[in-house]
Design a protein around this ligand. Structure first.
Ligand code: SAM
Length: 221
């Protein structure tokens, strides 16, 4: 059995009681960064064998993990932060488990895009989660597609590319399109800035942008 276990995106209090119980009960933990997840487990008084599973080794790592699960061992899949498989490794292993008839259970828990979307105050009845935009090839095409959508779009972006993204959104969506930047969610310096694309650009142009960022863009009206 494979349990997919979301872990905090900032505030360690966001780990769920069920996540802690599952992490205590499994035979081993599959982690994106074994050192980081080892520290998290230690914080909660849990000691488990850790197996590495990250973007660079995930293709080779699937088979040996599947073999262990087929022997009847239970595992928890965690990523560095948030929900595995959401812009993190996980999909390949989950798909392989399903194909081999191994039960997969995903616990509800922390992820960055849900609190960002909800706190934005933009409609969240229908939305598109876009993940990260490509840095080069296909970026402008995807921005055009985002700009044309009639509903809210959620994008993950790194702090040093935020100003570039806001400038691009000014071109593709227009300066008056409502948007929101959710920065450092659940951390000490959490900041939620709501306004038009032009207002957000002006706000973030005044200082060095740091921390983790989710961008929420209103749909085309
Ligand atoms: N698996 C994670 C999830 O469930 O949200 C996402 C992992 S992805 C590699 C990391 C990106 O998620 C960051 O670049 C940022 O866009 C977003 N993110 C993660 N933690 C965040 C936080 N505390 N505040 C704002 N955005 C965050």
């Amino acid at each position: 059995m494979l349990f997919v276990v979301p872990t905090p995106i900032g505030n360690l209090e966001d780990i769920t009681l069920r996540a802690l119980r599952i992490l205590k009960e499994v035979d081993f933990v599959i982690a994106e960064d074994t050192r980081l997840s080892g520290n998290l487990l230690r914080h909660f008084g849990i000691s488990k064998p850790l197996v590495s599973f990250h973007l660079a080794n995930e293709h080779q790592a699937v088979e040996p993990i599947i073999a262990k699960l087929q022997q009847g061992r239970k595992a928890a899949l965690v990523s560095d932060a948030g929900t595995p498989a959401i812009c993190d490794p996980g999909f390949l292993l989950i798909r392989a488990c399903i194909q081999k008839g191994i039960a997969v259970e995903c616990l509800p828990g922390p992820t960055a895009f849900v609190p960002a979307l909800v706190a934005s105050g933009l409609p969240c009845d229908t939305f598109t989660f876009w993940g990260f935009l490509p840095h080069k090839k296909g970026r402008q095409t995807q921005l055009q597609q985002i700009a044309a959508l009639p509903h809210t779009v959620v994008v993950y972006e790194s702090p040093h590319r935020l100003l570039r993204l806001l400038e691009e959104l000014q071109v593709h969506c227009g300066p008056e399109r409502p948007a929101c930047i959710a920065r450092e969610i659940s951390k000490l310096h959490e900041e939620i800035v709501r306004g038009t694309v032009a207002q957000l650009l002006s706000h973030f142009s005044q200082k060095t942008v740091k921390g983790e960022i989710v961008v929420i863009i209103a749909g085309k009206s």
